[in-house]
Ligand binder design. Structure first.
Ligand code: DC
Length: 236
């Protein structure tokens, strides 16, 4: 997409779009939530969509290698994504998936399912619809590259595998899930490899994204840096 089309698209939208991409455990969800609160934007966690769809497919024993079955499944499900007071709720056909998708098992499963083009096409369509209503902060793997190559600002949030593993470990411990740090780091490396080497919309930094390595930074420091960049861009 050339610069002229990007500018025209931005002007025709009802609000602004801030894209945040990065690998597992980079802190992008926490950052996206905090920034959304600060700027009064709607926060959209696209990973939750892939997680919910993956778990639903698993429950229904759907063969993810069969493209026709996948397309049929994606065209029939009613995936409902809501943002209530900054908290994302996700349901499929009326069943709430918000909590049960936060397990190591679903992390690996969603990485596999999200490599399928039929699934990606359906999720991207929904993500674009969600952003058509106003200003959003959308986080995932392909937001700045595929979903919104014309986003107003793009960030790519990164951290070392060890730091990312430790963050995920504390998160899971807080939820009472007992997984060893070594296993988390190993699983995340596997997932990042799958996510960044897949054929369709692989995880990568958009050329025009701001890269931030958060390994040695506190969340507050990163938020402050992002807000400063947003202010400098004068999009508001
Ligand atoms: O952000 P997360 O860990 O909840 O994402 C779960 C998986 O979903 C991730 O391993 C890859 C996939 N995903 C994706 O392919 N594209 C996105 N925009 C978001 C997530």
């Amino acid at each position: 997409m050339n610069q002229k089309s990007k500018i025209e698209n931005r002007k025709s939208r009802p609000g602004h779009i801030i894209a945040i991409d990065g690998p597992a455990g980079s802190g992008k969800s926490t950052l996206a939530k905090l920034l959304a609160k600060e700027l009064a934007y709607t926060y959209i966690d696209t990973g939750a969509m892939y997680r919910a769809v993956a778990l639903k497919m698993h429950e229904l024993v759907i063969d993810i290698e069969d493209t026709n079955v996948l397309k049929d499944f994606c065209s029939k499900i009613n995936l409902c994504f809501e943002n209530k007071n900054g908290i994302n709720r996700i349901s499929i056909d009326g069943d709430d998936y918000s909590e049960k998708i936060r397990t190591s098992f679903v992390s690996q499963l969603s990485s596999k399912v999200s490599s399928k083009k039929a699934v990606r096409d359906a999720m991207v369509r929904l993500q674009r619809l969600l952003a058509a209503k106003g200003s959003v902060i959308m986080e995932g793997r392909d937001i700045g590259t595929v979903v919104f190559p014309d986003a107003d600002i793009k960030f790519y949030i990164d951290a070392s595998p060890e730091v990312r593993g430790k963050r995920r470990h504390s998160e899971l411990q807080e939820k009472g899930q007992d997984v060893s740090l070594e296993k988390i780091i190993e699983d995340e490396k596997k997932r990042d490899l799958m996510d960044s080497t897949r054929e369709h919309a692989p995880l990568k930094k958009a050329d025009d994204a701001v890269y931030i390595d958060t390994s040695d930074m506190t969340i507050r420091e990163v938020v402050a840096k992002m807000l400063e960049i947003i202010k400098q861009r004068k999009i508001f």
